[in-house]
Write a protein that binds this ligand. Structure first.
Ligand code: AGP
Length: 612
């Protein structure tokens, strides 16, 4: 959830660290800090509660700190409230060691007690400080930093990505990783570490992904990497093909708005390399036709919006494959006793590829013998690396905490996977297959037409932005769509909102509907359009304000009952949510804008949830 960046080179480190942190701020943004080392001035550190701009002001944009080696951190608090003291870096007692950390040290209390018994005093409430203090303790007895680092890593339990500076080593810093993302970057006469590649993309595209247990010594002249046993290893290098401008706002007020607009292009990029002569194919898929035929159950496992993609996937895949498909929240799956064996395919969906619950669910599935296929946006991420198969969503970097283009591309990949499996299993008629493929190809253009007509959505947002409770209702794919529409609204506008399967209204929820309650009624799933209309009539009779969303072909019918109707183009039934989501994303965006919310960085949230 926190962001780490480290630099060793010939230039001044602090401005480069601040630049990197700015690009990582979406990961955590309650406080930030940097520490740099120079032979003359030793270790200098500045950290502050609040957004990065506070740290920028405090350091005169980094100019007040001098040194060519440094580490920086942007924090999302887990242990200890967000304040200056709890911000990273954390220093050891004698001030010789500085540490930045992403993750959670689970046994920190026990280590803290041990160190206190040895006379160490602590300054912060964080779990991270024990890393700095324990390291000082081991370093004092051995005088060898690398072996002290290994001793410290053996003692701590939990998840960590670490950047470590030591005054005695002014030319380098140390990085270590377990269950939290960290990559190494190779520049011209300089080296980097970062939680995520967007932090260093401006300087290099050559990266390696650190694996669990590895330790790196990072200096201007290069990076030496050691495995968990301390043996030096060669890391494979990858070239990142993300465009730097994709990770910048490019004149838009918010990343979220820019990313909503990027969806047609992202879907085009996701579809086009995987369609040939009217058929879906996945170049890198190792899963054979025989293995697909041997599957008797599919699980889709994910969190948040990725889970909502899975809910749509359950409906669509069961319809296409006539096989049982279960969708389970990763945080539930990992502690359940799931019925998984070697004839089970577990599809893990994750934009970041680093979500801890999804990662742990993946490991459990593998342990139980399942085959794991992941749908991931970030190349080389932990989930991608540990999966048997990975299908990338080519959405490019997604910076806004609220996902939009990653959601849409995940949905596209999952639908394509359904088509591919259905053709392999012979569970789809050729004419139906061809119809879906043709609509898939038309999807980006249809989405563009939705994005060209945003005024009605803007108008409705300005009319209803001050409501304090909103219900999304729908059936089947519309219910799944409502889950995501509701999450988008609540996460960025802080309006309480719930999504219900319309059939459940009479089982309790309808008692909450009173004059002026806003109900977003979804009627894009045309086989159940009449039932959607009946539900609109029911809530309208209780005084609800209705915003209905349907398809162009049903717009006139819906307008007979609902006072506000938004419509998206008709497409194949299975693909309809890909269009339906766009007005809901925009509605959430405009409502949050009206309410003056911090759209790209909503309170208490982080982009990549690497803790439980
Ligand atoms: C949605 O807008 C959120 N960013 C969140 O629900 C997100 O989808 C969830 O945390 C899962 O993240 P992942 O796709 O990176 O695993």
């Amino acid at each position: 959830m926190c962001g780490i960046v480290g630099f060793a080179g010939k230039e001044e480190a602090a401005p480069i660290l601040l630049d990197g942190l700015e690009r990582l701020e979406y990961r955590g943004y309650d406080s930030a800090g940097v520490a740099v080392l120079s032979e003359k001035q030793g270790l200098q550190m500045k950290k502050a509660k609040g957004r990065l701009k506070v740290l920028r002001a405090l350091t005169d944009d980094g100019r007040s700190l001098s040194g060519h080696v440094g580490i920086g951190h942007t924090r999302w608090a887990t242990h200890g409230e967000p304040n200056d003291v709890n911000s990273h870096p954390h220093l050891s007692q004698n001030g010789m060691i500085a540490v930045v950390h992403n993750g959670i040290i689970e046994n920190y209390l026990e280590i803290k007690e041990f160190l206190i018994s040895k006379g160490v005093s602590f300054r912060s409430d964080t779990d991270t400080e024990v890393v700095a203090q324990l390291l000082e303790y081991y370093y004092a007895s051995s005088g060898d930093l690398k072996s002290a680092v290994y001793k410290m890593l053996h003692r701590i339990e939990g998840a960590y990505a670490l950047g470590i500076l030591c005054v005695d080593y002014p030319d380098c810093f140390i990085a270590a990783r377990k269950d939290a993302p960290l990559l190494l970057g190779y520049g011209e006469g300089c080296s980097f570490i970062a939680s995520d590649v967007t932090a260093i993309l401006k300087y290099t595209r050559e990266v390696s992904y650190m694996a669990d247990g590895e330790v790196a010594v990072v200096s201007a002249s290069g990076i030496r990497v050691f495995d968990a046993m301390g043996l030096e290893i060669e890391k494979e290098r990858h070239t990142v093909d993300w465009d730097v401008s994709a990770a910048e706002k490019g004149g838009y007020a918010h990343f979220m708005y820019k990313e909503i607009l990027e969806q047609p292009e992202a879907i085009r990029k996701t579809i086009s390399p995987r369609l040939k002569d009217g058929h879906v194919f996945f170049e890198d898929l190792k899963l054979t036709a025989e293995e697909i035929r041997s599957l008797n159950r599919i699980f889709i496992v994910a969190c948040g919006s990725s889970y909502h993609v899975g809910v749509i996937g359950k409906y669509n895949l069961e319809r296409l494959l006539r096989r049982p498909v279960e969708v389970v929240l990763a945080s539930e799956f990992r502690y359940a006793d799931p019925l998984v064996d070697e004839h089970t395919l577990v599809i893990v969906i994750s934009q970041s590829g680093e979500t801890l619950d999804s990662m742990m669910a993946l490991r459990l599935a593998k342990k139980l013998g399942a085959r794991v296929l992941s749908i991931v946006n970030v190349v080389g991420s932990s989930i991608a690396r540990e999966s048997d198969d990975v299908l990338y969503t080519w959405a490019g970097p997604e910076i806004a905490v609220a996902t939009t283009k990653a959601y849409s591309t995940q949905l596209t990949v999952l639908n394509m996977l359904g088509l591919y499996f259905a053709e392999t299993l012979g569970t789809i008629e050729p004419a139906e297959y061809a119809a879906i493929v043709s609509e898939l190809q038309a999807l980006p253009a249809r989405m563009e037409s939705v994005l060209e007509n945003t005024e009605p959505i803007q108008y409705l947002a300005s009319r209803y932005f001050n409501h304090d409770s909103v219900f999304f209702i729908g059936r089947n794919l519309d219910y799944a769509l409502g889950l995501e529409g509701s999450l988008k609204l609540k996460e960025i506008s802080y309006i309480h909102s719930e999504a219900y399967a319309s059939g459940e209204l009479k089982h309790g929820t309808i008692s909450l509907i009173e004059p002026g309650t806003l109900v977003i009624a979804l009627g894009t799933y045309t086989p159940l359009f009449d039932k959607a209309m009946s539900n609109v009539i029911e809530v309208k009779a209780r005084g609800a304000d209705i915003v209905a969303l349907t398809t162009e072909s049903r717009c006139a019918d819906m307008a007979k009952t609902a006072e506000n109707v938004l419509a998206v183009p008709d497409t194949h039934l299975l693909l309809q949510p890909s269009l339906g989501i766009v007005p809901l994303q925009l509605f959430a965006y405009y409502v949050a804008l009206q309410r003056g919310c911090d759209i790209d960085k909503p309170r208490n949230l982080a982009k990549s949830v690497t803790v439980e």
